[in-house]
Design a protein around this ligand. Structure first.
Ligand SMILES: [Zn+2]
Length: 116
């Protein structure tokens, strides 16, 4: 991957493919629909996709732990303990860090911070 590689590319719908050349690829921005009204298929660069998968997994982990704490407080009908408060505070810190990282990554994929 290089800095000039596009984040997304598009593959022409098969209905309009040239018999000899085949389906065409096109770079960003999103091409208009073909004459048959079909969308071009959008592909995302694999490093962007993998980073997104990691962020979703981290977010799922945070949500799961938050849900466990909330469930225990609600279903067990017990008062919020000091350890619950600390666990929620830790989750908030983790969530804030993830959000900050997402903003930085978002800036990179928009070309704001790419340098090679
Ligand atoms: Zn078409």
């Amino acid at each position: 991957m290089s800095a000039i590689d596009h984040d997304y590319i598009y593959l022409q719908p098969p209905c309009c493919a040239d018999e000899d050349v085949g389906r065409l690829w096109c770079e960003d921005p999103d091409p208009t629909d073909c004459d048959d009204g079909k969308h071009w298929t959008k592909y995302v660069r694999s490093d962007i996709y993998e980073a997104m998968r990691r962020r979703v997994a981290e977010l799922n982990s945070i949500c799961g732990r938050f849900s466990n704490i909330a469930y225990n407080i609600h279903q067990l009908d017990r008062p919020v303990s000091q350890s619950d408060k600390q666990a929620l505070k830790d989750l908030q810190v983790e969530y804030d860090e993830l959000q900050r990282a997402n903003q930085i990554e978002g800036g990179k994929s928009n070309g704001e911070a790419s340098n090679g």
